[in-house]
Ligand binder design. Structure first.
Ligand code: ADP
Length: 437
């Protein structure tokens, strides 16, 4: 390249010099130089015109023939153009292959641009979501999927969990929506038909609910008679008396289990939200503290801290049940002479209902599975303490219905903290001024 530049420079110098020399005998050296410069300019303008015509009129053809720097420039542009064309061809082929494979998928795939307008979709999307070929292109997705739950999910931009909804064109078809963000804020909406899975899940829930319900009556009868006989235990031989009190203890356990199973099924089946109201957090925490203190029988000290003025909007029964489960767990598992705190405090924009103890704690390897039904860290110990193994599963479900989530932090020997985190939308200002405003 340096060589070409030098040649160009010498060409200019030679033309200008020649012009000057021709003009010199006639005492018109500047005019000669000007002529030289003009010739040089004319040459470059011609090449520029050739370049312009090539690029605008016949870019696919070979470039114009030129020597020196211009020739090199044409060659390079030509090679660059060819490379670009090849890359474009490859990209088009890849895109077509992706579209073909998406087309063959049984799940719906819908590509949206950065505004949420429809760009492309496969035929499964036409079948499941009722999108019309060509006609719906450019429409906003929320004009076609109008269910408020989808609209909230779409605008909420929190796509960690999928959303389950019936299809907009067929109520019996249950779809699971999952949105993925990619590229320049574009979105990919996938919908999968989970009707069969949904039906099975419903059958499982109904089965557990029915069995628990059916077990309730016989258990009540058993417990009733056992209670009566227990009063007469003094008149029985000691071996029979021991058997009687064990039968009573196990019947109580079964009753607790059945009650927790029923509560859990109700939480799963019921949509909730009917008895939502701003809760008097101070009173609620004090009431749970008193229940926990009764269970603790002085083995632990329990305190309440309220640092958040806003109230949680929710079902008092459910929130109380969740908080009681956490507080009772602390009493059961923290150990003797420990301190337990029930706290309502701000957390980011939202708030946090927290139960903290300075007890034995939990090994972090158990934490991810702790909210599973019947998952226990120490099976023998949990049974002995009267737990049903459903406490944290109930807490998790209550929180799901209140847009909250459970966060557990614990280290062996350093206590455990169970945090129920609620977003700001779930809080209500209850100070007299705010109410008046
Ligand atoms: P359980 O009826 O067995 O108490 P949960 O679902 O309420 O069932 O709790 C699951 C397990 O988590 C318990 O078996 C216990 O080992 C552990 N756990 C819960 N809370 C605490 C706590 N505050 N400290 C230590 N371990 C706890």
């Amino acid at each position: 390249m340096g060589r070409l530049w030098r040649r160009e420079f010498w060409r200019l110098t030679a033309l200008v010099g020649a012009g000057g020399l021709v003009g010199w005998p006639f005492s018109a050296m500047p005019a000669g130089i000007a002529v030289g410069l003009l010739m040089c300019l004319a040459f470059h303008l011609r090449q520029l015109r050739a370049l312009y015509q090539w690029l605008t009129l016949r870019p696919q053809e070979e470039p114009p023939v030129a020597s020196g720097l211009w020739g090199e420039l044409f060659d390079r542009l030509y090679r660059y153009q060819k490379r670009q064309a090849l890359t474009q061809k490859r990209l088009r082929a890849t895109l077509q292959r992706i579209q073909e494979s998406s087309e063959a998928m049984r799940d719906s795939v819908v590509m949206l641009d950065r505004h949420g307008d429809l760009e492309w979709w496969n035929s499964a999307a036409e079948r499941m979501l009722g999108l019309k070929p060509q006609l719906d292109r450019g429409q906003h997705i929320t004009n076609l999927l109008r269910d408020p739950r989808f609209v909230d999910y779409f605008h909420g931009r929190d796509y960690r969990e999928p959303l389950t909804l019936p299809s907009p064109i067929d109520e019996t078809l249950i779809l699971q929506f999952q949105i993925t963000l990619y590229g320049d804020d574009e979105r990919l909406v996938m919908a999968r038909d989970i009707t069969r899975l949904h039906r099975l899940e419903q059958m499982r829930r109904d089965f557990v609910a029915n069995v628990s319900h059916e077990l309730r009556t016989p258990l009540t009868v058993l417990a009733g008679y056992l209670e009566t006989y227990e009063d007469m235990a003094g008149q029985l031989p000691p071996r029979m008396g021991r058997g009687l009190s064990q039968m009573k203890a196990q019947t109580d356990r079964m009753q607790n289990l059945v009650n927790d199973l029923l509560l859990l099924s109700r939480l799963e089946i019921d949509q909730g939200g009917r008895d939502d109201a701003p809760l008097a957090m101070g009173d609620l925490l004090e009431a749970v503290k008193n229940d926990a203190a009764a269970l603790s029988e002085g083995r632990q000290s329990i305190s309440v801290e309220i640092d958040e003025a806003r109230a949680l909007v929710g079902s008092e029964k459910e929130i109380r049940s969740a908080l009681s489960n956490l507080a009772f767990n602390a009493v059961r598992y923290a150990g003797k002479d420990r301190h337990i705190v029930l706290r309502w405090r701000p957390h980011g924009e939202g708030a946090c209902l927290e139960v903290e103890d300075d007890g034995e704690g939990i090994d972090p390897i158990h934490l991810p599975r702790l909210t599973e039904r019947f998952y226990r860290v120490d099976k023998g110990r949990s049974t002995a303490t009267g737990g049903t193994g459903l406490g944290l599963a109930i807490v998790k479900h209550v929180l799901l219905r209140h847009a909250g989530r459970l966060e557990i932090s614990s280290r062996p020997g350093q206590g455990a903290t169970f945090r129920c985190l609620f977003p700001a939308e779930r809080l209500r200002d209850t100070t007299p001024n705010a109410q008046r405003a």
